[in-house]
Design a protein around this ligand. Sequence first.
Ligand code: NAI
Length: 307
Amino acid sequence: MNVRFDGQVAIVTGAGNGLGKSHALELARRGARVVVNDLGGARDGSGASLSAAEEVVAEIEALGGEAMASGANVTDYAEVEAMVQRAVDKWGRVDILVNNAGILRDKSFAKADLDDFKLVIEVHLMGAVNCTKAVWGLMREQNYGRIVMTTSSSGLYGNFGQSNYGAAKTALVGLMNTLYLEGEKYGIRVNCLSPTARTRMTEDIIPDPKILDLMTPESVTAGLVALVAEEAPNRFILGAGAGAYACARILETEGIYLSPEEQTPENVLANLDAISEDSQQKELIGGLNQTVKFVQKAARALDVELG
Ligand code: NAI
């Protein structure tokens, strides 16, 4: 199998630096025409400049590829819509959206500033929502689309000082779960990438240069490209870093049933081991499946015939 994107158009947000730049270059090397979006601000989101995006466009053009720079702020829906319109006016379609733009405003929750908290949610969550909304109708009409949300281990598993960032990053998993259900019949596949790589975001957090040298953006990009290929999986959370690749999942145990007289907090606490016993745990696709499972358990225990 040779993953190619000839004739396809990709938008990569936050592609002026780090992972987004690596993603944009590789998509272009494999034949995609790429919108290189970047606000061009600092790591905390302050400031703006088109030069970072323009430099990546120049690199793509030097490789013989086609690209356009966009300084759209992903938090501004009108700017995002105009970016998508420019791509459509020039290239006729958008096949791939990589929601990658992001900022950090780290602080322990006790010291967290609520305006910082809101801004981090605005960039990571609403930025991805805005970009996805702006291409969703197009992708439905063309019956094809590949969308990636960039989540993080800080959201999936927690990280000291990153309550704002972690909350935003896991919200993207929730966004994927429903867009998967709504996009599947239109050929739209939605996945999450959970990267770990040497970029300006991590360079001072992981000070050991030997570790950083292993954490190449390119190793993450191989995973990203797989998630937007025609053969991509759907609703997959791919962890990628330093050449290692893993799948993250939310699983639910089989659980227990308590009769109406037993339904007390004391019994819930007394049964935590049985509730979390994991031999039959499963991934549920669609929230209604949990309701069905619970109601069926109760109906079986109470001998109620369900229609
Ligand atoms: P980076 O700071 O090098 O790149 C992020 C880019 O997003 C920057 O070029 C920035 O200008 C751009 N950006 C920020 N706000 C924007 C906005 N409102 N509109 C448009 N562009 C904007 O960081 P890095 O490491 O490449 O991060 C890429 C993504 O990967 C982010 O979503 C980050 O949260 C995520 N991530 C990175 C990890 C890592 O190990 N580097 C770990 C987990 C997640």
